[in-house]
Design a protein around this ligand. Structure first.
Ligand code: HEM
Length: 485
């Protein structure tokens, strides 16, 4: 096993040339793009190259790769095992400036002409200012985070129950997105979305469109026919004017109803008003809403389609813990800290479905990169690209890596494994700070997901999802008296 590979006692490995090539100009990148989006799909794209190069480190092209993307360089060095991927967390070796989604960066006109925090490297002074502000928002909202989640959870599941009663099943995506949007708007902006009828009913869809336009050139869209997907979605960067009216409405909403948070950014963190609002909107819409919109459906489907008895065990744990906390109607942060299986299920879902699959970093200088079994010379300026779904199935680190097994994160040995869980752009044992690039909400994401599972198994005896897509097919209310309000 690899446990010692990153320590100073790591055994010596041979130095090799990075395998792979970028192919002929234009044609090589185009072929790779068609493989990535069309003929292979992202996972097979990386897996097949690991197999053909017999290496988890190799050269390849990443989309967008088309002459219309003037100035975008598709060439990357892929890093696909836990050892080489970890270099992306080392700020002395990699620069994270403007590389959130690769060498391509959506126009800053999508974010009101502000280069928002995710695009800043910690060496830039604005990074610490804005990241500290984000950490402060989270700290201040901690007291109301769980109760705000509970009220929106109830609305979401009341809706799902009504839909199932009407039609036998309920598509989960819209109720989940509405729940996430309302809850995050209160927690991050400090505003009730229904203060504006338009934002209250359409805010989540506005963010979906804003996100889609920015990410289209680098996103594989399942079920969108080819070659139309390549021609229409992956060939040009979409201009922001399609969405500028919508963005303006969101901006004005934060300006008017999030006054207190905006004022704090100005007075306590020295961020000017426009940059504060654009950063709040980005964190709300891109990081928080975007991240949860991918992760929570994945968690619900994983649990709701399980065939190993996981749901019975989760229900037993949730109710046992809550019975031991008399007087607590709903599970809060403290209660879910006692739910080991719930937490392990959340970790295991994050391992197998990292919501942000790709991470990038640019070499600050020439340096030696280590995979498990070899060392490679990386040159200054080269872009490293990690594909987490593969890294999180590294057989040198995770036993039986393809199998969903929450038990791997239980007990003392399970706790040890958390240093290899990388979904937040850093190890789960790390802490987000103003000096690093780890997700500001690393702990809040896990706690929120635990709250979701705990609430489900307190309220329902059974919760089942269909095997395809995110559809809830059964919600059976708890028969016995369970301590819910
Ligand atoms: C499931 C939900 C979430 C996921 C999967 C997620 C994931 C991530 C990832 C992977 C990064 C690093 C991006 C990169 O540089 O490559 C990141 C950064 C960040 N996230 Fe999250 N995030 C989530 C929720 C949130 C929430 C709720 C907040 C609210 C404050 C937040 C705030 C941030 C901020 C401010 C950064 C930038 C960190 C920096 O530049 O130093 N995230 N997130």
């Amino acid at each position: 096993m690899w446990a010692s590979a990153m320590s100073s006692a790591a055994p010596p490995v041979p130095t090799k040339t990075i395998p792979g090539s970028y192919g002929l100009p234009v044609l090589g990148p185009l072929k790779d793009r068609l493989d990535y989006f069309w003929f292979q799909g992202p996972e097979t794209y990386f897996r097949s190259r690991v197999a053909s190069h017999k290496s988890t480190v190799f050269r390849t092209n990443m989309p967008p790769t088309f002459p219309f993307f003037v100035g975008v360089d598709p060439r990357v060095v892929a890093v696909l095992d836990c050892s080489s991927f970890s270099v992306l967390f080392d700020r002395s070796l990699v620069d994270k400036r403007n590389v959130l989604v690769g060498d391509y960066m959506p126009s800053i006109s999508f974010t009101g002409d502000t280069r928002v925090v995710v695009y800043l490297d910690p060496s830039e002074p604005d990074h610490a200012r804005v990241k500290s502000f984000c950490l402060d928002i989270l700290k201040r909202s901690a007291a109301t985070w769980a109760s705000s989640f509970h009220s929106n959870f109830d609305i979401m599941f009341d809706t799902l129950e009504r839909e199932i009663a009407k039609g036998g099943s309920a598509s989960g995506l819209v109720p989940v997105q509405q729940c996430i949007f309302n809850f995050l708007c209160r927690s991050i902006v400090g505003a009730d979305p229904s203060a504006s009828p338009e934002i209250g009913s359409n805010g989540f869809a506005m963010l979906d469109t804003w996100l889609a336009l920015q990410l289209m050139p680098v996103t594989a869209v399942p079920n969108f026919p080819q070659p139309l997907q390549e021609i229409l979605l992956h060939s040009i960067p979409y201009p922001s004017f399609f969405i500028s009216g919508v963005y303006r409405k969101l901006y004005e909403f934060v300006e008017k109803h999030g006054e207190e948070v905006v004022l704090r950014a100005e007075t306590e963190f020295g961020i000017d008003k426009k940059d504060a609002i654009n950063n709040i909107l980005f964190v709300l819409g891109f990081n928080a809403f975007g991240g949860f919109s991918i992760f929570l459906p994945a968690l619900l489907t994983t649990v709701g389609t399980d065939k190993t008895g996981l749901r019975e065990r989760l229900r037993e744990e949730v109710r046992r813990v809550m019975q031991g906390r008399p007087g607590e109607a709903r599970p809060g942060f403290e209660a879910v800290r006692e739910m080991e299986l719930v937490r392990a299920t959340v970790y295991e879902t994050l391992r197998l479905n990292p919501p942000v699959p790709l991470q990038y970093g640019r070499a600050r200088d020439d340096f030696t990169l280590r995979s498990h079994d070899a060392a490679f010379q990386v040159r200054k300026g080269e872009l490293l690209c990690g594909y987490q779904p593969l890294v999180m199935r590294d057989p040198e680190v995770f036993e039986d890596p393809e199998t969903f097994s929450p038990e791997r994160f239980k007990g003392a040995a399970g706790k040890e494994m958390l240093k290899y869980l990388f979904w937040s752009n850093g190890p789960q044992t790390g802490a987000p700070t103003a000096e690093n690039k780890q997700c500001a909400a690393k702990d809040y994401v896990v706690e929120t997901a635990c709250l979701l599972l705990a609430n489900i198994f307190l309220r329902y005896d059974e919760f089942v999802c269909a095997d395809d897509g995110f559809t809830v097919t059964k919600l059976q209310k708890a028969a016995a008296a369970v301590p819910v309000e």
